[in-house]
Design a protein around this ligand. Structure first.
Ligand code: GTB
Length: 216
């Protein structure tokens, strides 16, 4: 059965792959699974039909037969558990990959999201610079620790896994800030992820959506 995912009808990032449907697209491309996409407008996100898929009115969601999932982490976990290629076979290595998925979502992403929010909503605030300094320190603390752990490895824990999809895309949210580039191994890690054929297919697919929306 071909799953259906949801994505923005017109993504605010103009197709740069920063919205979270990119995580699901990349995972499905890695495991070689075709998928359908239901595009949702910002208004439709908050309507009952979409809230039945995701009570918080967000993308991405994932529908496969009777099953409907939301939360990008849960969706990637589901895909990785049901198809080979995204989790190691060894049980302990698999548990570590899951740990790194949680680390990406619960430890690395929160200060990055705060940084992003500050870019959008705090530009006109008198306390903007002080807050920005604090947020950037928090982001650098996380990236410094991550960089130290990654070292010279290609991927975060052994072979490429679902954890790398999550971590690379979380780091991509800092694009344009120059912060990731301060950590050469993290910048190369992101580039390594972006060079994967599955990533490129996923990126192209979501960019096409934006191009089609702009042409209308
Ligand atoms: N924890 C959930 C998950 O991981 O799935 C978070 C889901 C979420 O926040 N989704 C966002 C959304 O639907 C899209 S990805 N927002 C609309 C809403 O809630 O009303 C966040 C996002 C949006 C846009 C950009 N961008 O333009 O750069 C980047 C990231």
């Amino acid at each position: 059965m071909i799953p259906t995912i949801t994505a923005f009808e017109c993504s605010p990032d103009e197709g740069q792959g920063l919205a979270r449907d990119m995580r699901v697209r990349w995972a499905l491309e890695e495991v070689g699974r075709p998928y359908d996409v239901r595009l949702v407008s910002m208004k439709a996100l908050k309507e009952p039909e979409h809230r039945a898929r995701n009570p918080f009115g967000s993308i991405p969601t994932y529908e496969e037969g009777e099953l409907t999932l939301f939360e990008s982490g849960a969706i990637i976990l589901h895909i990785a558990e049901r198809h080979s290629g995204l989790f190691p076979k060894d049980a302990n290595a698999r548990a570590r990959a899951v740990t790194w998925m949680f680390a990406a979502l619960n430890t690395v992403e929160p200060p990055i999201v705060e940084w992003e929010m500050a870019q959008y909503f705090e530009q006109d605030k008198s306390w903007r610079d002080d807050h920005k300094e604090m947020i950037e320190t928090n982001v650098r603390n996380r990236l410094g620790d991550l960089s130290a752990r990654l070292g010279v490895s290609d991927w975060i824990d052994g072979d490429f896994s679902a954890a790398d999809i999550m971590m690379v895309l979380v780091l991509r949210r800092l694009e344009g800030s120059g912060i990731v580039e301060e950590y050469g191994n993290l910048a190369r890690y992101v580039a390594r992820g972006e060079a994967r054929p599955a990533y490129k297919r996923a990126f192209k697919a979501q960019l096409e959506v934006f191009k089609a929306a702009s042409a209308r």
